[in-house]
Design a protein around this ligand. Structure first.
Ligand code: ADP
Ligand code: MG
Length: 214
């Protein structure tokens, strides 16, 4: 369901590509960890897979959508419908309650069920500053799942949580992605978290320069 072919990505001002992926395939429903040092292009890869931007060269196809053949607005619409994104620092809007933050991306009759499911029952009207970091990340998780995406991308979702909270979060993410049958690609710095995934990818140097994924 996700396929990259002959992909390179080079940011404006760079002399050579930072990321080169000759081929990469992820099956529908696969749960995959992506490990790699800081600056190796992990976030860049997630951006290309979500269609936030096109690679400099090459093809990215997700669920049969060929990003290069789509307008930016079409890629945005695809992402709004099919992708859930979870960030290290939650990206919640401070002036909106937990519930309103989620309703920015979609409504669901299952909203109160979702709050229960992640252990946030009764906290729908809290503002982000009234939540612990772990609770804020669980709100961000509901926001990623509420529109029933086929793909969830997480960019170091435990990176700003303490060990125990991070473990709980990873456990919950595995549970939800299995139950919702979504494809799950998760960037992590932590090898012990990475080992909880059935498939592990690693950023490594490409023979032509830049980093690739293996
Ligand atoms: P990672 O997520 O693995 O830490 P990134 O994908 O964020 O790595 O970044 C890869 C490299 O590209 C880094 O050297 C970073 O500084 C650079 N980079 C990231 N975003 C931009 C950008 N918008 N413009 C120029 N360079 C960027
Ligand atoms: Mg990153």
């Amino acid at each position: 369901m996700i396929r990259l072919n002959n992909v390179t990505h080079q940011y404006v001002g760079m002399k050579e590509p930072i990321v080169r992926v000759d081929t990469l395939s992820l099956k529908k429903g696969e749960r995959v960890a992506l490990l790699g040092p800081s600056g190796s292009g992990k976030s860049t890869l997630l951006h290309m897979i979500s269609g936030i931007f096109l690679p400099t060269t090459g093809e990215v196809t997700v669920d049969g959508y060929h990003f290069r053949q789509m307008k930016e607005s079409e890629r945005d619409a695809f992402r709004a419908q099919s992708v859930g994104y979870i960030f290290q620092d939650f990206h919640l809007v401070p002036s909106l309650t937990a519930k309103a933050n989620i309703e920015l991306v979609g409504t669901s009759t299952r909203l109160s069920e979702w709050f229960q499911r992640v252990g946030l029952e009764g906290k729908e009207q809290r503002y982000p500053h009234e939540l612990s970091r772990g609770e804020a990340q669980r709100v961000a998780m509901i926001r990623a799942f509420i529109h029933e995406p086929s793909l969830v991308l997480a960019d170091e979702p435990t990176g700003s949580l303490d060990r125990k909270t991070g473990e709980n979060m990873m456990h919950l993410l595995h549970e939800l992605t299995k139950e919702e049958k979504v494809t799950f690609l998760c960037v992590t710095h932590d090898e012990s978290f990475a080992e909880t995934f059935p498939r592990l990818l690693q950023m490594t140097p490409h023979e032509k320069g830049g980093m690739t994924v293996q």
